[in-house]
Design a protein around this ligand. Structure first.
Ligand code: AIR
Length: 194
């Protein structure tokens, strides 16, 4: 869907989505917005890959880009400024060291921004964690754990699932499957010690 169509959807809300969006992705009849995954360097990809894999497993559309708050600040800004009209619903920003990417992106959009602090220095990611999480009031970044790419993806899916019951059902299924695995492990471990 083009930028102009998304503008109409944003202005008019849900009713417009039904009217203007033939490319429905969700069973609800609403198009699913994309998740934008951006990283400060291609050296962050091994961490970020898990977010992409998680989104893929849920059938959520996404794009992946490299933008640096320091090395390509104009491109990072332009991406954030146009993200809503380009059909994104949530942005995930991963960076290491002096990790300003999530904050810089959040400064230029009111879409929810999830920050992944990456462990890419000899400070074990504590530098990136503090740089990402310590945002001043007014510009929030939802920061996950150091290298917490899976949770970043799951949180982005939960945000999209607010308006998408089929996505919410998939999240429930995953939680049930995760619980079943723990129950199996409990049975196996407790059997070893009785
Ligand atoms: N980085 C890149 N631009 C700004 C920052 N903070 C981060 C990357 C990566 C680290 O610096 O996100 O984690 C090292 O990048 P590189 O390209 O030297 O491997």
């Amino acid at each position: 869907m083009g930028a102009e169509a998304w503008n109409i959807v944003d202005r008019l809300g849900k009713a417009a989505r039904v009217q203007f969006c033939p490319d429905f992705d969700s069973k609800e009849g609403f198009p699913l917005r994309k998740v934008g995954i951006i990283m400060g360097s291609d050296s962050d990809l091994p961490i970020v890959q898990k977010a992409a894999d998680t989104l893929q497993s849920f059938g959520v559309p996404f794009e992946v880009h490299v933008f640096s708050a320091h090395r390509t600040p104009e491109q990072a800004r332009a991406f954030a400024l146009s993200a809503r009209q380009n059909g994104f619903g949530v942005l995930i920003a991963a960076a290491g060291m002096a990790a300003h990417l999530a904050g810089a992106v959040a400064a230029n959009t009111t879409l929810p921004v999830i920050g992944i602090p990456c462990n890419s220095s000899n400070l074990d990611g504590i530098d990136a964690l503090l740089s990402t999480v310590q945002m001043p009031s007014g510009i929030p970044v939802a920061t996950v754990a150091i290298n917490g790419a899976v949770n970043a993806a799951l949180l982005s899916i939960q945000i999209l699932a607010v308006e998408d019951a089929s996505l919410a059902a998939k999240l429930d299924e995953k939680r049930a499957a995760d619980s079943a695995k723990v129950l199996e492990k409990d049975a196996a471990i407790s059997a070893q010690f009785c």
